[in-house]
Design a binder for this molecule. Sequence first.
Ligand code: GDP
Ligand code: IMO
Ligand code: MG
Length: 458
Amino acid sequence: MTVTIVGSQLGDEGKGGVVDLYGDAADVVARYQGGDNAGHTVVYDDETYKLSLVPSGAVRGKIGVLGNGCVVNPETLFDELDQLRERGLEPDVRVGERAHVILPYHRVLDGIEEDEKADLAAGTTKRGIGPTYEDKMGRRGIRIGDLLEPAVLRERLEYVVPQKRALAESVFGVTLEGDAERAFDVDHLFETYRDYGERLADEGMTVDCGTFLQERIDDGENVLLEGAQGTSIDIDHGIYPYVTSSNPTAGAAAVGTGLGPTVVGQGEVIGIVKAYLSRVGTGPLPTELGGVEGQTPEYDGHSGDDAEEELATYIRDEGGEYGTVTGRPRRVGWLDIPMLRHAARASGFTGLAVNHIDVLAGLEEVKVGHSYEFDGEEIFTVPPTTEKWGRCEATYRTFDGWPDVDWDAVADEGYEAIPENARTYLEYLADELDAPLYAIGVGPSREATVVLESPYDG
Ligand code: GDP
Ligand code: IMO
Ligand code: MG
């Protein structure tokens, strides 16, 4: 059977940890969308692994697959595999031949377009994700399978690269120099990417993803489908245009692997919820606390409410909500229930994993945005346009806070050991989303999890 893991908010909900938890009973862990814009954390034996492309199951010896719906930067892939090997692991990762390749010009163009977009910029990771999906849809992309056939690779590059160069130089007026120049050099690209193709072939890494996974399922094996990003940055269901360029929602788990929707639908779809909100990027966030300059719309350094700013800093510090590379503060806020109702519907959650309840411990009260006031009406889900979402004001419900406790002991003892007020909060959430609680994260490691349901056990 399959279990699909979906981010229900804005990314970084702790999906990597839940994949690690439930991946234990899986044989294969496959990603179905996104690329090295992701950052999934697995904490194992006091070691922390941050994976941007390799599926999280690879840390514990599962076969990892990058599905056809992914965009793959071979440079990142091999770097990450080499790093895992240096740390004593033996990752076994396969790549779907239909997956699209991120080329250096995609990264350069991602940077150029972000600068050009100014207020419309999503604040992308500049990994070339959007430009690669654009080329996929524009039918001028290069796929993993093409790297294995030099004549095809050469033909595709000769068609597409001059267009990309013209876009950079003539449309955006950029002077290409050094590495940026080489990113648009057909001969250089051909040689480099043909070599990546040879390495993929030599290491037996390429697969026909759908067939590979279906055969495993037919043999009775368990497959875990690892979503990246989150519902509110989904290209269709998120805060467009401040979104990523793929579908993190569960429908893509079928399209992005080649398994049928009926196969994915017979399994479980688990929504991963962070107990508060964190966001890297711009766009409306009705339950935001305080703000971050350059990301929170119309925020100029202070919300005018000292207590709220203090609370935001507290949650940010407790949750470590600072960019791993840049150190920049992330936006934070109270849980947004309309956002979660929207996510639960879009992916059809059969269960919930709620992380980070330990981060909120010690607060006197914990709030949630229960509904929105929108143009004088109370609404319970997210409106379809970002401009309408920006006009929504959250209507709050307040819960009594819970104390900081020995969370490792709580994880050992089980659900009843979670402080009562936290359980009230969790049960409210399960009621509102009409989905049962499967796991509660009380710390970063797999052991710091209260497990209520193990989906593969039936
Ligand atoms: P992902 O992108 O959804 O996989 O999440 P990230 O790995 O980017 O961010 C989640 C962060 O929170 C990581 O540093 C995790 O180790 C950590 N984390 C996950 N679950 C919990 C939890 O329940 N409590 C705490 N305190 N940290 C957690
Ligand atoms: P994981 O899998 C949080 C955000 C970026 C930006 C927008 C578009 O770790 O949860 P992109 O480079 O994808 O074109 O950027 O999406 N973003 C994420 N935010 N977690 C992620 O992944 C993200 N991947 C992309 O910050 O706003
Ligand atoms: Mg992340």
